[in-house]
Write a new protein. Structure first.
Length: 192
């Protein structure tokens, strides 16, 4: 295992150099973007300096790549996410994101029985995409039906509710984020 670690660490320098050259960035430009000195970056790329988390984090941010990509981390095994469904008001909600804060993703199955609007407001921004069935969305003075393949987005400070049309269950993807984070996808108006 220690030998594998040494190989991974030895490959970081050449990987960093190749990434910088591929992006056509000079050491001076990279130093300016990361706050890491040119000499440290040069020694890191040549293998004379051992990579540390303090050096790799600003580089990952500057290159906008995951840290794993910088170090060429070996696969960690089973990539499946263990989803834990939540039952709330008859609906099944499956959180698809496992991290706190930022945009959260959910898959929801809303039963046929959830058809009476009960508009609510709260901070945030929501994006909905209908996977199957028909979704009724009540948003302020709007009352619309979205079919499979249609999407909607809205500020959750507006009174809103979504559920089934009563014709059957509906399956959706929901992205919910803090106020101001917009998804930039819109539902096509009915009849368009």
């Amino acid at each position: 295992m220690a030998n594998d670690d040494a190989e991974v660490l030895a490959s970081v320098g050449p990987r960093l150099r190749a990434l910088r050259r591929k992006r056509d960035i000079t050491l001076a430009q990279l130093s300016e973007n990361t706050g890491v000195s040119v000499s440290t970056l040069s020694r890191l790329e040549s293998g004379e300096r051992r990579p540390t988390l303090e050096l790799l984090l600003p580089l990952a941010r500057a290159y906008q790549v995951p840290l794993d990509e910088l170090v060429g981390a070996p696969p960690v095994g089973d990539p499946r996410v263990r989803l834990k469904p939540i039952r709330r008001a008859g609906a099944t909600i499956v959180p698809l994101t496992q991290h706190p804060g930022g945009v959260q993703a959910f898959k929801m199955v809303i039963p046929t029985s959830r058809k009476e609007p009960d508009p609510r407001t709260h901070e945030g921004y929501e994006w909905l995409y209908v996977l199957g069935g028909k979704l009724r969305l009540v948003l302020a003075e709007h009352d619309v039906v979205l079919k499979a393949g249609e999407a909607a987005e809205f500020d959750t400070r507006q009174p809103h509710w979504f559920g089934s049309t009563g014709e059957g269950p509906v399956e959706i993807l929901s992205l919910f984020g803090p106020q101001g984070e917009r998804m930039h996808v819109r539902a096509k108006p009915q009849g368009a």
